[in-house]
Design a protein around this ligand. Sequence first.
Ligand SMILES: [Cu+2]
Length: 211
Amino acid sequence: MLLVKAVTAAVAIGASMAIATPAVAAPPHPFVFVHDKFQPAAEAESAGAVTYDKSLVPTSASVFIAEARVGGKGMKYHDGADGHDRGYHMRHKGTFVFISLRGLAPDYRFGIHVHTKPCGTKPDSSGPHYQNKQDPTQPSTNPTYANPRNEVWLDLTTNRAGKGWSKSWVKWHFRSGEARSVVIHEHATSTHQGKAGMAGDRVACVNVPFK
Ligand SMILES: [Cu+2]
């Protein structure tokens, strides 16, 4: 049921974006969907999602993630009413990411981000956060770079039943092959200088082939 709601929400938002731009000659929106159960970290080679802390993310937990990549550089569209090319350029370019989780620790605040590398047997395998403008100083803790407009943050608080969801919209696209996972951390993401983007230990990881 939760999955159905998640898909409905993701598709509804995708549809509302489509309505914001004329349907005629509008490009298709590439979507990515991932639905997985968390496996023990030892299974990372073959698992879609792994947990490093079973007290916060048990192996009975599941995750759904959707990405919608919208628009692009210099795209034009026709006016649907009379068929003339008005030469307008796409105003809506960006990336929408949605996450829904169930079976996690209840009433708990998690920090969640898109990371650059696939999940592995070790929590650090997933590499640093994906950044649109890359901080020359790594690890990046400078809020000029480590912020939810330059990175994809999906922090959420679970309800009493251990369910939660979150979404992010950024005005850019991922560079191909450079965004590979979503990492769940043990606490909310900091925004303070010198700590920006930090959210404590990595408790779980989900492989996502972002476009
Ligand atoms: Cu992270």
